[in-house]
Design a protein around this ligand. Structure first.
Ligand code: URA
Ligand code: CA
Length: 433
């Protein structure tokens, strides 16, 4: 087999065989196929697309390019949830203990944040002592005994995807549905869960800026998952404005605690129940979505969900007393309000720009090597559609630096106030096949 023939075949719009896709992924991972040939194939795929069979094959070839996590030692149906990334997206922190409180195993592998998007392991780092660098053995043991554990991305999972994603980034081939869908799904499948719930974001703060593109990506991922034997479904949710009110690591932990007690922001609460119900149904924990939602609401209100969060913290070395004493979480030195300059309705809160402002305060990373300050961030006081009066605080900046004029300016530019504004829907669609 020759790589040049595979490139030409795809360039001319033909379907690649399983063996050809395996040859490419194995050779590229091993370094016997050079970057220039891989980028030519990525560009051919960009223009010619892939069939459902090719997409499933590409995904599985990337899964087999490295280690996989074997969760078969955990009893029950393991469900994972994946978000395509957003600003102030605190859902994983809530969902993991919430679903586990119904005795459904949640084996969560989570990543760090980059750019305007946050990462779950960074949020957990704001809890003194909490360790996401645990062994696979401990991870499996904890999920078996207590139904929940969170592990940082470990080992050599999907090295083909790492290499190919980096190459796509510099060759204009990121924005291709078959390549994005196989990239995301390969990581989820290698992480070992039986069922996958996808939260595909749309809007300014998301990878997919419009609903049609988000739906196309969601359909592609759901199809791949189901074609390779993992029950998969997706929802499309809004990320044009930040989710909830808190943006920043310790601030989001506090928001997660409130939400686990049933006292969270309306949008975060609704998203958690929507995604959580799907997870519960996929795991056979309820027959209908309505029944699943009822069971989740029950554990929010009877205290079982927050108890499960405490157990999760304690199991991984964290201080569970932060749940009852959130003032023990790291706190920024200064709290600075941003007063509205006019009366009206909040018409837009540009999620990615607000995420960048939080990053500039120190809550996120501009590059992979940056350190973050878990105490800092932003607490919004308004959602799009809310009324605001001149002088009323739009948000509070939690910062350890005083020189934040440029950040304030950026926030003013990205929160628009108008005479009229509509509320933005939270959930656009649910995709099961
Ligand atoms: N996120 C991924 O993990 N892969 C892509 O290709 C795009 C976004
Ligand atoms: Ca939030």
């Amino acid at each position: 087999m020759r790589m040049v023939d595979i490139i030409a075949k795809k360039r001319d719009g033909h379907e690649l065989t399983t063996a050809e896709i395996d040859f490419f992924i194995q050779g590229y991972t091993a370094g016997t196929i050079p970057d220039y040939q891989a980028s030519a194939l990525a560009m051919a795929i960009y223009f010619q697309d892939m069939t459902d069979r090719e997409r499933a094959d590409l995904t599985m070839a990337m899964v087999h390019s490295g280690e996989t996590i074997d969760l078969s030692g955990i009893k029950g149906i393991k469900v994972d949830k994946h978000s395509t990334g957003g600003v102030g997206d605190t859902t994983t922190l809530v969902l993991a203990p919430l679903v586990a409180a119904l005795d459904i195993p949640v084996a969560k592998m989570s990543g760090r944040g980059l750019g305007h998007t946050g990462g779950t392991t960074d949020k957990l780092d704001s809890i003194a002592g909490f360790q996401t660098e645990i062994s696979k053995e401990d991870f499996i043991r904890l999920v078996n005994t207590d139904k929940v554990a969170v592990i940082g991305q470990t080992g050599n999972l999907t090295p083909a995807d790492k290499k190919l994603y980096a190459l796509r980034d510099v060759t204009g081939t990121v924005n291709s549905i078959p390549l994005i869908a196989s990239s995301i799904m390969s990581k989820k499948i290698a992480a070992g869960s039986d069922a996958i719930v996808l939260d595909v974001k749309t809007g300014a703060g998301a990878f997919m800026k419009n609903i049609a593109d988000a739906e196309q990506l969601a359909h592609a991922m759901v199809k791949i998952g189901n074609n390779v034997g993992r029950r998969t479904m997706a929802i499309i949710s809004d990320m044009s404005q930040p989710l909830g009110y808190a943006i920043g690591n310790a601030l989001e932990v506090k928001e997660a605690i409130d939400t686990l007690k049933g006292q969270g922001p309306a949008d975060l609460h609704e998203l958690v129940l929507t995604l959580g119900s799907q997870m519960v149904v996929l795991a056979n924990g309820a027959k209908t979505l309505a029944e699943a939602r009822e069971r989740l609401e029950e554990v929010m209100h009877n205290g079982k969900a927050i108890e499960k969060f405490k157990v999760m913290l304690k199991n991984q070395g964290g201080d569970p007393s932060v749940v009852d004493h959130p003032e023990k979480l790291p706190e920024a030195k200064y709290k600075i309000d941003l007063p509205a300059k006019q009366t009206g309705y909040v018409a837009e809160i540009v999620a990615d720009e607000v995420g960048v402002a939080a990053m500039q305060l120190g809550a996120g990373r501009a590059t992979k090597e940056d350190n973050i300050d878990v105490a800092v961030g932003i607490i919004m006081h308004k959602k799009v559609g809310d009324h605001v009066e001149t002088g009323e605080s739009l948000l509070t900046i939690h910062t350890n630096r005083e020189d934040i004029n440029a950040i304030k300016q950026k926030l003013y530019e990205n929160i628009k106030i108008a005479d009229h504004a509509e509320r933005i829907p939270l959930i656009y669609s649910v995709i099961t096949e």
